[in-house]
Design a protein around this ligand. Sequence first.
Ligand code: SAM
Ligand code: GLN
Length: 319
Amino acid sequence: MTVLEAIQKSADFLAGRGVESPRLQAELLLAHRLGLPRLKLYLNFERALTVAETDAFREWVRRRSRREPLQHILGSTSFCGFDIAVSRRALVPRPETELLAELGWKWLARRASANAPDVTALDLGTGSGCIAIALAAKCPSAKIAATDVSPGALALARDNAAKNKVAGRIAFLQGDGFAAFRPAGQVAQAPNQKPENGDGDSEDPLLQEFDLIISNPPYIPSAEIETLQPEVRDYDPREALDGGADGLDFYRRFAAQAKPFLKPDGKLMLEFGDGQAEAVRRIFENEKWIVEAVKEDYSQRARILIATAASRSRGNTGG
Ligand code: SAM
Ligand code: GLN
């Protein structure tokens, strides 16, 4: 079988199984299998595959036909240019989330160069660690904390941080919401919470109050999960998707709980789902946050909220 025959046959097979962009998927699988950039396949259409290459490629196509995500089969994906290992332990990072990470590191870098030698950020619901890793790599002076309720996700995130040489700058902590932290001024470290990372310094008070809190929380309404593509429904962890009955549980939690963990002029940056902008804005305004901006994704859909804690910056003046 030649390269071209392999691509055509498997594209037809994947199309029959309902896989989106079947030709592209077949090309990406074969290119990875042969260790070639995808476009190089086009210069090698007549090359005959060896028996071993054919067998290995067939197995990958079979897995993809069962709707296993391409990124799980390849073992990793690129996020903001960083190589992120993926598995069933955490959500596959999405391209829209790169926009969130970029807004985060640009703001953090500006703040670091302006006044603060020790800027801090918290990535809540870190999953594969993708956002925390991008922040740490792009802002070398920042201290980053990353938390998740899932120990499996945190193990993957820690491996990814090591792979990207930023493990020493991210403290990984397991916990539900903000449970791994105490607001500045209270107990230095929560009981029963240990840093996941030996290098992490969660007792540092700077990690208790952050310049930036950033998160891509679960936001799919529970009942909609069954209707999602099998790649998402069957392979991303349920706890990475499920945002409760209306998908907004985590926004209500952030709006009610995040202020004490944010420096007075700090920022909260959150991804949300298509169609949720108005409801999310209302949740934050009801809790007296100032919504500074709502940003759009690549297809001009509102997807990111940027807010500051209005009431807190007025301190104890009663204002
Ligand atoms: N930040 C990663 C990304 O953008 O690819 C993962 C985002 S995923 C949508 C949401 C993450 O929140 C999951 O890793 C999930 O385990 C975590 N999570 C769910 N419930 C949580 C909770 N109560 N407290 C902390 N993290 C939670
Ligand atoms: N963006 C993911 C999806 O469309 C959902 C991730 C999330 O809930 N934050 O499936």
